[in-house]
Design a protein around this ligand. Structure first.
Ligand code: CTP
Length: 393
């Protein structure tokens, strides 16, 4: 994809150098335009070397009939202004064209455009600035909001340059076909914890990565996404609409049931604990006997209950199997009244960075998805599911 990085003179500009590097590593073709002031902060040759790309600073850059701002804006599939200073934002909002960046932005007429405002917190709260920002949002700009924290001026507040990972994700959100547009998707992820006493619990090795990948990709595909997650070490995926943390199977049950009626698709990826201690001890159990027997009772099977209650909802279950994939998949689809089941090989999947899965529908095996990173696998799983939601495949 052709990515046009437009750099204005925010002090966070050094972080944008890393963004250029990431975009290059991802295989994008890059071009950079910089305001003259930005070029005083970081030499254009740094961007050129790191991004492996041409950098344009001079608005008079007309060579042999080649007019930089019109050619570059035509070339780009997606345009990112980062960092975007209050001054540059004001100029864009009012149609100014007084340097190569503003000229190029004015000449760009596609809808894939991202703004990364970074500045002092008081500037960020200024109503004039907010009016300009609102104007750009209404004009279709995707704004990656700044973070709160320590600012270069020594103050603390909103205005920090966000993680480059978030900007990269914004590019995915803007450029992925919207196969789930208008759909509401509920994803569960991670393990659950069933408390024995105040400091001990029973859990499993699920990392949550597959569920987080599914939520991320559903968002990219245009769905409204709620992710309900058991305890994991992962940060909430960028841009999901609702993120709910739970601990136990019972809590997950409550949170899923609250939302079920209103959603179109449920993906139960969580490794919900099947058993929980019959009683929870207060405080910390003392080791005052040579043996300890824990009585476990079954948790409620959330997916089974969803299968009983479902009306319009499409249900996707996950299963970890070691043998008889097809037979077990068929059985679970029927028993739990599912539309799809995604089977993992239990011996290698939990906690891994990659996945290899078998997707079954009610008629049998739909596809064996080759081992790949979890985002790619999530993409393929959702592509298969989309067809059943009345979208394109
Ligand atoms: N599930 C659930 N509630 C539970 C247990 C499981 O909703 N209390 C869901 C999981 O999220 C998953 C599917 O059911 O989507 C897993 O089905 P299950 O029959 O538990 O399969 P396995 O975990 O593979 O267990 P088993 O060893 O019984 O085959």
């Amino acid at each position: 994809m052709n990515v046009l990085l437009c750099v204005s003179s925010g002090i966070a500009i050094y972080k944008t150098v890393d963004l250029a590097s990431r975009l290059r590593k991802m295989g994008h073709d890059l071009k950079v335009v910089m305001t003259p002031k930005a070029a005083e902060l970081v030499s254009p040759s740094v961007f050129s070397a790191v991004g492996g790309c041409p950098v344009y600073v001079d608005e008079e850059d007309v060579k042999d009939g080649w007019i930089a701002h019109t050619e570059i804006s035509r070339w780009a599939d997606v345009l990112v202004v980062a960092p975007a200073t209050a001054n540059t934002i004001a100029k864009i909002a009012h149609g100014f064209a007084d340097n190569i960046l503003t000229l190029t932005v004015l000449a760009y007429n596609k809808k894939e455009k991202i703004l990364v405002p970074t500045m002092n917190a008081r500037m960020y709260e200024n109503p004039i600035f907010l009016e300009n920002l609102e104007k750009l949002k209404n004009a279709g700009w995707f704004v990656v909001e700044p973070e709160e924290g320590h600012l270069a001026c020594g103050e603390v507040g909103k205005g920090r340059y966000p993680d480059n990972e978030k900007i990269v994700e914004a590019i995915h959100v803007l450029t992925t076909p919207k196969k789930l547009f208008g759909k509401k998707v509920l994803v569960t992820a991670g393990p659950t914890r069933e408390r024995i006493d105040d400091v001990r619990f029973i859990t499993n090795a699920s990392s949550g990565k597959m569920g987080y990948a599914l939520a991320t990709v559903a968002k990219r595909m245009g769905a409204r996404v709620c992710l309900i997650s058991g305890p994991t070490h992962l940060a909430p995926p960028h841009f999901v609409d609702e993120f709910v943390r739970v601990e136990s199977a019972d809590e997950m049950y409550q949170e899923v049931m609250k939302r079920f009626e209103d959603v179109d698709l449920v993906i139960m990826n969580a490794a919900v604990g099947d058993y929980k201690p019959k009683e929870r001890f207060q405080g910390k159990l003392k080791k005052d006997s040579p043996e300890l027997t824990l009585h476990l009772v079954r948790t409620r099977d959330i997916l089974r209950e969803l299968g009983e209650r479902k009306t319009k909802q499409v249900l996707v279950g996950f299963a970890a199997e070691v043998e008889n994939f097809e037979e077990n998949a068929r059985k679970k689809i029927l028993e739990k009244n599912l539309d799809f089941i995604v089977v993992n090989d239990a011996r290698k999947t939990l906690g891994s960075e990659t996945a290899e899965v078998w997707v079954f529908g009610r008629e049998g095996l739909l596809e064996r998805i080759e081992e790949g990173d979890k985002i790619s696998v999530a993409h393929r799983v959702l592509d298969l599911v989309v067809a059943s939601l009345g979208g394109e495949r």
